[in-house]
Design a protein around this ligand. Structure first.
Ligand SMILES: [Zn+2]
Length: 324
């Protein structure tokens, strides 16, 4: 669950918020005490009450002394509140204003990771996904099924129903996602929405708290090549690809083809299957194309273990060009 790098970034962001909140509160206190000496006196009295309470344990009647001190402390706090009010400032003006009051931006409550860290990790992962994806922020909401109207396949058959079925399938897949979900093989011509729907699913699955790793096949393979031959760690490492709850390999077959890229594709697909973890492959290649480019073993893995989802129709990007 959750991308470990996003969790680390979320903790760093919370720590930054915490030090900002503390610094601001110190700054406000200093400014207001300088301007209003009574404020400084109140602060001094309050801290001396704290010290006195510690001493009451040695007094004859600790309970009675504490009661008196507590009443005095309350009176001073009320006075401070009234003073702030007279200055049109909120009662908690001098307190640290945490982004998350629950954990005071420490990221933990009773030793457990706070919900704000998970929330931040999701936001960080979504922003990262939008940054590296070829088409920015893709969702099911901004997927235009309208484009498929009047679109036909090679046999002249209307494809809009098939497009709607693909949309529905991916939406349901992301809603029901678990690490036991099946792997998907999305294939068809460029520009029919494979990447858009895949990214929409990725976003929805990230929001559920899963660690989703998305990569363009070419970038992933070149990172793995550098890792293997130069010992340089890029954005993608074999470990990260295998650890993710869901791995998305976008546009398989578009990369510069070498025997090494075929071997990497094989290792990733086999590794994920062995770990029992799902993967989504999008590609322009039909199964014959996969067979020709990556060989028998990958082709038979995809036939045997992946749910095929075919995208039909002419290139939507071409079509859009004519429309606008
Ligand atoms: Zn929190």
């Amino acid at each position: 669950m959750y991308n470990p790098e996003a969790i680390a970034k979320a903790f760093a962001a919370a720590a930054e918020d915490r030090s900002k909140a503390l610094a601001l509160s110190v700054e406000r206190k200093a400014a207001i005490e300088q301007q209003y000496p009574r404020m400084e006196a109140i602060a001094r009295e309050l801290s001396s009450i704290g010290a006195s309470i510690a001493k009451t344990f040695y007094s004859e009647d600790p309970a009675k002394s504490i009661e008196a001190l507590a009443a005095e402390s309350l009176r001073l706090q009320e006075e401070r509140k009234a003073l702030l009010k007279s200055l049109d400032l909120p009662a908690d003006y001098l307190e640290a204003q945490y982004h998350c009051p629950k954990c005071r931006d420490t990221g933990r409550v009773d030793g457990k990771i706070c919900s704000c860290i998970r929330q931040r990790a999701v936001e960080i992962s979504l922003a990262e996904l939008a940054r590296i994806s070829p088409s920015g922020q893709c969702s099911f909401e901004n997927f235009k099924l309208d484009y498929y109207r009047n679109l036909t396949d090679a046999a002249g058959k209307d494809v809009s129903e098939k497009a709607k079925a693909n949309y529905d399938y991916l939406k349901a897949y992301s809603e029901d996602f678990s690490p036991a979900s099946p792997s998907l093989y999305l294939f068809g011509k460029t520009g029919l929405g494979k990447t858009h729907l895949t990214l929409a699913a990725a976003g929805a699955i990230i929001k559920k708290g899963y660690n989703v790793v998305y990569g363009m096949a070419g970038v992933v393979f070149s990172d793995i090549e550098k890792e293997k031959f130069k010992g340089v760690e890029g954005k993608y490492t074999m470990q990260k690809l295998l650890d993710a709850d869901l791995l998305i390999l976008d546009d398989l077959g578009s990369e510069f083809h070498t025997s090494f890229s075929a071997a990497v594709a094989h290792n990733i697909i086999e590794g994920r299957l062995l770990a029992g973890k799902p993967m989504i492959i999008t590609t322009n290649l039909d199964i014959n194309g996969i067979h020709a480019q990556y060989g028998e073993r990958i082709a038979s893995r995809i036939i045997g273990e992946y749910v095929p989802i075919k995208f039909e129709g002419e290139d939507l990007r071409q079509l859009k060009k004519f429309q606008y």
